[in-house]
Design a binder for this molecule. Structure first.
Ligand SMILES: Nc1ncnc2c1ncn2[C@@H]1O[C@H](COP(=O)(O)OP(=O)(O)OP(=O)(O)O)[C@@H](O)[C@H]1O
Ligand SMILES: [Mg+2]
Length: 448
């Protein structure tokens, strides 16, 4: 890294003050310039960026206070130190209110001015570093592709708005719509971006496993607990806790979660010590939680806590403008990774992609593109590389066009394609195995 000397501007109408201070600070290793008036100082500021300005208050024409006001408008970062005669301490106090970094009363000890200038430089460099980190962060984070759809535009706008606050966010939407992606975006755009985001999939674990995953345990808390282990809530301290599939949490764990959220303290399983925790909560669900509350499956007090700000990601079929841009994004990504030639879609495929209902949403789309690339050797994805979307076109003659009938047919078709291997079919559909089993039960689909 190039070591830069701090840049200092001395403003004083008296030549001997300018000369002696310039000399003093140059010897201290500063890059010093001097101005004999406020106007001259402003001209220099137009051409350079300074870290610190030391200005006399009492000067003819433009005084130090006016200079302060005008510099503040131009450059919010530069630290301004004002030097005043004893009689005008009140003015100096006023100057502090107006945004001066500090002031010194004449006559002053140059060593003291040195100390103040050094501290001001440190503050300015920290502020600049912070700003640059913040802007880097603002550009980082997961890539969320959106086409021209106003629905997704709104979701992104709301996510950007809520991210920097510490508010709890509930992200809703069907499976595969990008809930986790949005949760991660919120974290990277938050004040907690330097901390970690800790994700817990509440739907994938049994009750007791989820409990120990969330709260951790002490050694010997239960059979098999051979060592002490911190829970995910503790690990999310200073960062974000992402509770995925919050709707699947059992009533017992709901109570424990609620307590942790209210008290901001947890106790590890088998432990007695209360551990303070500080995290931002982001939850996701594809369930109708209001209904779960009405049915008595989900506590209303917990629902109110997690649902302070809610974002609903619309299904892909409701934002057809996004389909092609997202498909192109995955085509480029996977083609690069798989060393394939394909760079685009045939016109026919573009139409089919846009018409297909994508019950597994973005995840299904991504999987379909990946699969197409496996079989496509040319430069364009053709209809035959995407059996799922092309079969749908042939289905249009079928009678029942309701969404659930469409879903049923689609699931049957994918299961058949994968010889009723539930793991493979679930992957292609972009849902987990349990969800697929549940849907098979719901539609009465059996192995053929
Ligand atoms: N707008 C998007 N742009 C790019 N990739 C996306 C977008 N939306 C979703 N994805 C990708 O699609 C996949 C599914 O997204 P994600 O896991 O966030 O969905 P989800 O809503 O959490 O699904 P589930 O409810 O099944 O957990 C991920 O690989 C994600 O990166
Ligand atoms: Mg998810």
């Amino acid at each position: 890294m190039v070591q830069r000397f701090p840049k200092l501007l001395i403003v004083d109408d008296e030549l001997h003050v300018r000369e002696s201070l310039s000399h003093w600070f140059s010897e201290d290793g500063y890059d010093v310039e001097a101005a004999g008036s406020g106007t001259e100082a402003l001209a220099l500021l137009g051409r350079n960026t300074f870290d610190v300005i030391v200005s006399d208050i009492k000067m003819p024409k433009m005084d130090g206070l006016e200079l302060l006001g005008r510099v503040r408008k131009k450059d919010a970062n530069v630290a301004i130190i004002l030097v005043t005669a004893y009689a005008s301490v009140d003015t100096a106090v006023h100057a502090l209110k107006e945004g001066a970094y500090d002031y010194l009363v004449k006559p002053f000890d140059p060593e003291e001015l040195s100390r103040i200038v050094a501290k001001a430089c440190e503050k300015v460099s920290l502020t600049k570093e912070n700003a640059s980190l913040k802007s880097r962060l603002a550009r980082s984070g997961p890539k969320i592709v959106t086409g021209a759809s106003p629905e997704m535009g709104k979701v992104m706008e709301l996510a950007e708005m809520v991210a920097p606050t510490d508010t709890s966010v509930l992200i809703r939407g069907e499976s595969g719509t990008g809930k986790e992606l949005v949760a991660r975006l919120i974290h990277t755009r938050s004040q907690r971006a330097f901390g970690t985001i800790v994700a817990v999939n509440c739907g994938a674990l049994s009750d007791s496993l989820l409990e120990s995953e969330l709260f951790g345990h002490e050694k010997g808390a239960f059979t098999g607990a051979n060592t002490r282990r911190k829970g995910k809530i503790e690990l999310a301290d200073g960062g974000t806790l992402f509770l995925d599939e919050i709707g699947e949490v059992s009533p017992k764990v709901q109570v424990e979660l609620l307590r942790a959220l209210e008290d901001k303290k947890i106790t590890r399983l088998g432990g007695t010590q209360e551990i303070p925790v500080n995290f931002r909560l982001v939850c996701a669900t594809n369930r109708d939680l209001e209904k779960a509350v009405r049915d008595g499956d989900f506590r209303d007090d917990l629902f109110f806590r997690i649902n302070v700000f809610s974002l609903t990601i619309p299904p892909l079929r409701d934002r057809p403008e996004d389909i092609l841009p997202i498909a192109e994004h995955f085509l480029e990504r996977y083609a690069g990774a798989m060393g394939r030639q394909a760079r685009g879609f045939s016109k026919e495929v573009e139409t089919l992609l846009a018409q297909y209902p994508w019950p597994g949403n973005v995840r299904e789309l991504a999987n379909a593109i990946e699969r197409a690339l496996v079989v496509c050797r040319g430069t364009e994805i053709e209809r035959e590389h995407l059996p799922i979307v092309s079969q749908n076109g042939e289905d249009s003659a079928e009678r029942d066009q309701s969404l659930s009938a469409l879903e049923e047919r689609h699931i049957k078709r994918v299961l058949k394609q994968h010889a009723f291997n539930v793991t493979h079919a679930a992957k292609a559909l972009g849902i987990d195995r349990v969800t697929l089993y549940n849907k098979m039960r719901k539609f009465g689909i059996e192995r053929e």
